[in-house]
Every structure is written in C-alpha cells, then in structure tokens.
Design a protein around this ligand. Structure first.
Ligand code: FPP
Length: 231
C-alpha cells in the first residue's frame, strides 16, 4: 500500500557536512537540494500529502550564524522552486508560528501559499517555527475563542495547523536519531515510524523506496485486530 501522507524529520545535515570537512551550513544547503527529488518521486507514486520538518520552534536557539543562514535558505528555496512546484500542481502550506520570522520571509511564505492554493495534485506542508506542543496549545486557545463548551476529536484535529488533512501514515526520520522531537504529536497517534541512519542530504529516492517497502510490509491495526486474528 502506498501511504497517503508521508512526513519527514530531515535530520543530519550538520553531521553530513562535518563528515566531509564542510561547514554545517553546507549540509543545510545540500539538505534543501534533496527535497525536490523526494517531492517528485512522491508525486509520481501518487502520494497525496508530504510534510517536511524544516525549522522547529526550538531551532531558534541554535547559533545566530546558523539561524541566519537558514533564514536566507528558506525564502531562497521557495523563490526558486515556486514556478516548478506550481507547474507540477503542488499546493504549499506552511504549518507553524511564522510570526516569529522576519516580515519579508513571512511574505515569501504567504505568497507561496497564495500562488499554489488552487493546486491539488500533491499537498506540501512545510513545518516552520513549528512545535507540536505549541500547535496543541494554539488549538485549545482557538477552540476556547470559538466559544465551544465541549469538543470532539474532530473539532480538535480541525483546530490544528493540519486541520482538514489526513494524519501521517508514515513518519521518516533520518540520521539515526529515534525521537519524535515535538513533531506532529497529536497527528502521529497511529503513524508508522521509519528510522534510517542515512543523513538527510543522502536520503535518496532509493532510500525512500526502502522506507516505502518497509511501510508496505507492516500491518496497521489502529488498536484493533486483523480480520484473521478475530477468532
Ligand atoms: C537537521 O539537521 C535539520 C534542520 C534543523 C533543518 C532542516 C532544514 C533543511 C533540510 C533545509 C531548510 C528547509 C527548507 C524547506 C528550505 P541538523 O542540523 O540537526 O543536523 P545534525 O543533527 O547532524 O547537527
């Protein structure tokens, strides 16, 4: 089975660069370059939703020079890729609290969303200034503001940044770390996880296919039993 929604924790850019005697920022650049091929392959396979963890709420605490570099890389990526992504029918959505970004960056991101909002071949979520707990707390505040006295799971999931989208079927984390790191905390309740030691810039289409094959071999039960186990 091909998953509907795949999410990526793109980890290991810094170590990829260090292993080559390069600066960490070169790893971020290589990591950014890697995104395009993953999007194209997903689209060819008919995967409908992708989510990329590109900058966590906690990443602001990295050295000023590294944050500054990422703040250049992020708008550069959208400015460069927007034409091709639009042609490919990709819709871009930003999840996270980007009010923490400088105004010109916010404008680039909002513009990318606006220019692609009619597209529906593949939906691309970019998690920026994103934190799962922050997302849950803002959902609670939204619901309080809406005046609701009681909420359903559906109301709650609609109030998340990912409202209206299916939960991730598969979450891939590169670079050998086996943590959730505040990513899609509510939405990952029944997600399958795939961990690989490969650093994100080296996470090729072949590596992606391995992850998808592994996913295919799993039995998803969502807490229930398989039909053949029910005896
Ligand atoms: C983790 O590698 C990666 C990040 C903190 C940022 C991920 C960002 C990109 C791939 C590029 C920017 C994205 C877009 C959409 C333009 P790390 O620095 O934690 O690596 P390390 O664990 O080896 O130090």
């Amino acid at each position: 089975m091909i998953p509907t929604h795949v999410a990526f924790i793109m980890d290991g850019n810094g170590r990829w660069a260090s292993a080559r005697g390069m600066k960490r920022n070169e790893g971020h650049r290589a990591g950014t370059e890697n995104i395009r091929g993953i999007i194209r392959h997903s689209k060819n396979l008919g995967i409908k939703y992708l989510t990329f963890y590109a900058f966590s709420a906690e990443n602001f605490s990295r050295p000023v020079e590294e944050v500054g570099f990422l703040m250049k890389l992020i708008p550069e990526f959208f400015n460069r890729e927007i034409v091709e992504l639009t042609q490919e029918g990709a819709r871009i959505q930003i999840i996270g609290d980007i009010s923490q970004f400088a105004k010109p960056i916010q404008m680039v991101l909002r513009q990318a969303e606006k220019l692609t909002r009619q597209n529906d071949t593949i939906i691309l979520n970019f998690a920026l200034a994103y934190g799962g707990r922050q997302e849950i707390v803002q959902a609670v505040n939204r619901l309080i503001e809406s005046g609701k006295k009681q909420v359903t799971e559906q109301d709650f999931s609609d109030a998340l940044y990912t409202g209206g989208m299916p939960d991730p079927d598969l979450i891939i984390r590169t670079s050998g770390e086996q943590r959730v790191s505040n990513f899609l905390l509510y939405q990952s309740a029944y997600s399958e996880f795939y961990f690989t030691p490969v650093y994100w810039p080296d996470f090729s289409v072949d590596e992606y296919d391995k992850a998808l094959a592994d996913y295919h071999s799993r039995k998803r039960r969502f807490g229930g039993l398989d039909a053949d186990e029910n005896h």
